[in-house]
Design a protein around this ligand. Structure first.
Ligand code: SAM
Ligand code: SF4
Length: 315
């Protein structure tokens, strides 16, 4: 369906858990993890059946692309089952997952068999000490094995990353640079602009030109560098607003339908899930989508109303 600004909304990100096996400093630092766990106990995540009801309603509203996220989606044992069930919903064009890759090696084949279309692995560094300092865990080897296993299983893999060009080139997977957003623990970071990074990379990899091929359903803008065989993507939420073409909404693990990363606006779907009909659920979701804000305000942090951690939103 279209929102009030004429944008086609066809992409739903589903966070299936707030829990995570890493503690990335910009997302869920050790100090915040206890609080997230406490909240999860008081307000448990949606069941697979509840999520599927929402997916059926979303499909009725024109959603065709889904991405499973978290927290870390692969810590929830029903992740593969959910991928397979969403793929079976009429109208589904793609289901991907975004993962830290720690548990990917053990479930890559099952994900492929379930029909998973793409796996985005968030990996900020291939230096073991830096990885441990950034994520609070010594798990780099597991992530690398996960990436290899996913490729071997025939899954389409992309890296969400900070400084990983060489590794991505060697493994023949595209890499994307995401500007840190002032959400949750990310508020204490001021990251460089992707535009500056794009130009800086020309020193090493030659001139870059826009990539003509469309890669994926998201806001990444891809370029090709003369000396690299793989495209490089830039998701520039802060310095290059792409709200005019935003196609997405988000479902948190507790059933809150969120309309923009920057604001708490949205609707709690629990009540209608429990007491309403399928038609009621679809109506409530359609009304919410109509109220999707025009654009984010990350450049004016005082106007932001979202105060949750990114691990509770799904990125
Ligand atoms: N655990 C999975 C992972 O790390 O890919 C999925 C959830 S994580 C919240 C989704 C994405 O959000 C990751 O790529 C992560 O790097 C990104 N992220 C977390 N905090 C962020 C922030 N403050 N600004 C921008 N991206 C952030
Ligand atoms: Fe966990 Fe992903 Fe957040 Fe890192 S970015 S703490 S892996 S949810």
């Amino acid at each position: 369906m279209k929102d009030q600004y004429g944008r086609t909304i066809d992409y739903l990100r589903i966070s299936i858990t707030d829990a995570c096996n890493l503690r990335c400093r910009y997302c869920m630092p050790e100090s915040a993890a206890g609080c997230a766990l406490e909240q999860a106990e008081q307000n448990p995540p949606l069941t697979v059946e509840e999520m599927l009801k929402i997916v059926h309603a979303a499909a009725g509203l024109g959603i065709t692309h889904y991405r499973i996220t978290g927290g870390e989606p692969l810590v929830r044992k029903e992740c593969v089952e959910l991928v397979q069930k969403i793929k079976a919903v009429p109208g589904t064009a793609s289901v991907g997952i975004t993962t830290n890759g720690v548990r990917l090696a053990s479930c890559a084949r099952d994900l492929k068999a379930a029909g998973c279309d793409s796996v985005n692995v968030s990996l900020d560094t291939v230096d073991a000490a830096e990885f441990a300092a950034l994520t609070g865990r010594d798990a780099l080897e597991q992530v690398k094995q996960g990436i290899c296993a996913a490729k071997e299983a025939g899954l389409l893999v992309k890296l969400n990353a900070e400084e990983l060009i060489e590794f991505a080139e060697q493994e023949k997977v595209p890499v994307r640079f995401i500007e840190v957003m002032p959400v949750g623990a990310g508020k204490s970071y001021v990251g460089p602009s992707n535009e500056a990074l794009k130009t800086e990379l020309e020193q090493w990899y030659g001139a870059c030109t826009p990539d003509q091929e469309k890669e994926g359903n998201g806001p990444a803008a891809y370029v090709r560098y003369e000396k690299l065989s793989m495209p490089v993507g830039f998701i520039s939420a802060i310095h290059g607003k792409f709200c005019g073409s935003c196609n997405r909404i988000r479902l948190t693990s507790r059933g809150f339908l969120k309309l923009c990363l920057c604001y708490e606006n949205g609707v709690d779907l629990r009540e209608v899930l429990q007491n309403g009909t399928a038609a009621d659920l679809r109506d409530v979701m359609a009304q919410a989508i109509l109220k999707k804000p025009m654009e984010h305000c990350f450049e004016r942090p005082k106007d932001m109303t979202e105060h949750h951690l990114m691990s509770g939103i799904g990125g």
